[in-house]
Design a protein around this ligand. Sequence first.
Ligand code: ZN
Ligand code: ZN
Length: 333
Amino acid sequence: MRVMTWLGGDRFELSEVPDPTPGPDQVVARVDTVGICGTDVHITQGLFPGTPPTVLGHEGSGEIVAVGDGVPTSRIGERVAMETTSHCGVCENCRTWSLARCENSVWSSGFFAEFSVLPSQSASRIPDGMTLETAALTEPASCCLSGVSRLAIPENAVAVVIGGGLMGLFTLAFLKSHGVETAVMSEPVQSRRLFAKDLGADVLHDPAESDISELVNDLTGGRGAHIAAEAVGKPALVAKCAEIVRERGDVLMIGVCPQGSALPVDLFDFHYKEITLQGAFGRGNVFADTPEAISNLNLDGVISGRYSLDKVPQAIKDSGDGKGIKMVIKPNG
Ligand SMILES: [Zn+2]
Ligand SMILES: [Zn+2]
């Protein structure tokens, strides 16, 4: 099979390697679609740790073509969403923190390849009506679902999402499906605001036009939002979220702020308003539930570019340049 290996920096190599065979409790999947993640972009830019040579791509979907000992042969032919890390379910982290933080996690090679071998557990069945392209959005969606699932959402809640990239869009959709009454999307790019509307946004805000604080004040009679989620990764915007939530409001950090960044807020306000700041990293415990959770969302048009396996470097570059919402690789396309 062909595999695209990252060699460091912006260097990649397409090579031919033997087709994988499944070991005990493993499956082999023919890879259909792999999303380019901001993390892939950041690794090639040196902004996120990565050790070459390695195969990147952790947002995959495909079809199981072979199973190892201990895996029912009925799984052959199953259409699946795939993740690159496994969990044991019994270690301290699995039990008290998150399956995504398993201390015994086994890392599978990335999905920029025609086939992938991975633990049976890391390939989750998708609903019959779902396309494999939508299924490739499972991993990013699961990070948002995990974060939103941990919030206690009050009745008649007003929630604001800052940032309408894929993560902000999923966060908004899950806030709505978890009971938020009024969801506001604040995003400067019009096409992204319109996507947010398709995913359930009640109010759209353009930060180039006005300050989100004014809109929230008008909407809530000066009380502030119950929840504000930051999905960009800028400390100043996390601070903005703290400003626009009401007393005992929740700030949800979906975006990844650069390592070493500090939060520019008046801690007195934090203390006085009794604000909760909640981090959200990774798929938590919800990966297997995510395909079902996104199956009813209108995701048409979210995938804005499709590239063959040899075009991985170009796809990563275009993704880093902020073209479209989600670029994907079609290794067998
Ligand atoms: Zn990702
Ligand atoms: Zn574990």
